[in-house]
Design a protein around this ligand. Structure first.
Ligand SMILES: NC(=O)c1ccc[n+]([C@@H]2O[C@H](COP(=O)([O-])OP(=O)(O)OC[C@H]3O[C@@H](n4cnc5c(N)ncnc54)[C@H](OP(=O)(O)O)[C@@H]3O)[C@@H](O)[C@H]2O)c1
Length: 160
């Protein structure tokens, strides 16, 4: 398949790129600075800041699936980077008819199914301490859930 990975220069994104290449996929690594992508067989770089809807849409054009591992970079406070990325990616996917999305979520977002009372209490504290990041991730999750209901995206969330 042809895959585009957003956040391809990050810890989780690099891992996704490597795994996708190892599985035989053709990968576009989307990054703010594509010079940081070491291009090799079946891997190309594309310039895309996730806050730039047009650049995101261009990177998605012609792909079979989108993977997103974007997060606030080191030294940058959490804000709306993840939810903004979700919005622009979903718009790009709708525009190009791409139906598969894998979006990194996180431990503190979601139902915590199967967690013990102690684990739930720890998660509640973690959410409170990381309030801005939690709100950004929760908002991204809501957008992708709404999109999945509205359109038949084959959607999944992964944790790294
Ligand atoms: N690491 C884990 O164990 C783990 C576990 C669960 C979930 N997650 C989630 O996975 C996501 C990534 O985590 P990580 O540890 O890999 O973080 P990371 O190493 O800090 O990587 C963040 C990535 O997002 C990119 N990015 C930031 N702002 C951007 C923008 N405006 N446009 C385009 N790209 C942008 C960064 O690009 P630059 O290199 O250009 O800054 C980088 O590639 C986060 O949402 C995190 O919460 C991580």
């Amino acid at each position: 398949m042809k895959l585009v990975v957003f956040g391809a220069t990050g810890g989780a994104g690099r891992h996704l790129v490597d795994r996708a290449l190892a599985a035989g996929h053709e990968v576009t690594a989307a990054a703010r600075d594509p010079a940081r992508i070491s291009v090799r067989e079946r891997l190309r770089g594309a310039a895309a800041d996730v806050s730039d809807a047009a650049a995101v849409a261009r990177a998605i054009e012609g792909q079979d699936a989108v993977l997103c591992a974007v997060g606030p970079s080191r030294g940058v406070a959490a804000g709306t980077i993840i939810s903004g990325a979700a919005r622009n990616i979903l718009d790009g996917m709708r525009r190009d008819g791409v139906r598969r999305l894998v979006f990194t979520s996180g431990l503190m977002v979601g139902e915590a199914r199967g967690a013990s009372a102690l684990q739930r209490a720890a998660l509640a504290i973690f959410r409170r301490v990381n309030g801005a990041l939690y709100r950004d991730k929760a908002s991204a999750r809501r957008s992708s859930t709404i999109a999945r209901r509205a359109a038949p995206f084959a959607s999944a969330r992964i944790s790294t």
